[in-house]
Design a protein around this ligand. Structure first.
Ligand code: ZN
Length: 297
């Protein structure tokens, strides 16, 4: 039975695994996030000699996912400047000589949950991560949605809460986008302390839930997902999930009546794969790349 290599390339570390086609992780390591010239050899050292049949890469974005593009699989205008323009897919293909699949980290996380986790019983779902940045992965008919580039749902524009003390959001592009108002750096700028030091401050999390719920209401109305998964460090604050569900119900004002909304505890859910949703999504990308080249799973 073939084994697959998978990489979750994040802003702090690179998680590498070898897994089988059932999503069972057989081996793993993590490599610090540095510049490509030092990080790539470390990544390749892990995967070489393991007989992987294909690779999957869950990559921080923006990344070129247009298969007809000459820069397909290359990192685009990332704030991680050393990686800007880096052809990560091609480097893996050349070095390992196997098919490589790629998607954004958040689409991969959405896919991991859809294949092996809490959205496997539905065909259309979304995954939202609220962390140092905010990302949105969309699964339509079981497949990650790309369209022109890929969704950038962290940068949708928000209606500011009247009592928000922060004058301008932290996003360098938009004064009022979701990431600018609700990411970890936004919490820190607004309240003057790091998010993890503010666990007891109710006002912090009510403000946070207001913005996240507002985004979820927009996603619900535009995408009509059958389930919503919330991940990332901010969502590990225990008070967040109940606050977000309550705010979603309040802000929707009964306008949408889907069966999912009858029970928000089952509609808006936490991650189910213990932090492995991204790398397991990358395993699925590898399996798909393998099957596309005629490999039998
Ligand atoms: Zn923005």
């Amino acid at each position: 039975m073939p084994h697959f290599g998978a990489l979750e390339a994040g802003g702090a570390k690179m998680v590498c695994v070898v897994a089988n086609a059932q999503g069972k992780i057989l081996e793993r390591t993590s490599v610090p996030f540095r510049i490509p010239e030092t990080t790539m050899p470390e990544l390749l050292n892990f995967f070489r000699g393991k007989g992987v049949a294909a690779m999957g890469v869950a990559c921080f974005g923006p990344v070129d996912l247009d298969r007809s593009s000459p820069t397909y699989g290359a990192i685009q205008s990332s704030p991680k400047l050393d990686w800007r323009g880096f052809p990560i897919l091609r480097r893996f293909e050349e070095a390992l000589g196997v098919p490589v699949g790629i998607d954004t980290d958040v689409n991969a996380a959405a896919l991991g949950e859809a294949v092996w986790g809490c959205t496997r019983s539905v065909s259309d779902s979304i995954y939202v991560t609220v962390d140092a940045g905010i990302g949105l992965g969309i699964i339509i008919n079981g497949r990650p949605h790309h369209g022109m580039l890929h969704p950038e749902g962290g940068h949708i524009f928000m209606d500011r809460r009247a009592d928000d003390p922060m004058v301008c959001g932290v996003c360098p592009y938009h004064p009022n986008c979701l990431e600018g108002l609700a990411s970890e750096p936004a919490i820190e700028r607004r309240w003057g302390r790091r998010a993890e030091e503010l666990a007891e401050c109710t006002a912090v999390w009510e403000m946070e839930a207001y913005y996240i719920a507002q985004a979820l209401c927009s996603y619900i109305m535009v995408i009509s997902p059958e389930r919503i998964v919330l991940g990332g460090s901010v969502m590990r604050q225990e008070q967040m999930l109940p606050l977000v569900r309550k705010e979603v119900r309040r802000q929707l004002r009964g306008y949408i009546q889907g069966k999912g909304l009858d029970n928000l505890d089952e509609y808006i859910v936490p991650v189910s794969l213990g932090g492995d949703q991204g790398v397991l999504g990358a395993v699925k990308l590898a399996m798909d790349a393998y099957a596309e080249r005629g490999g039998l799973l």
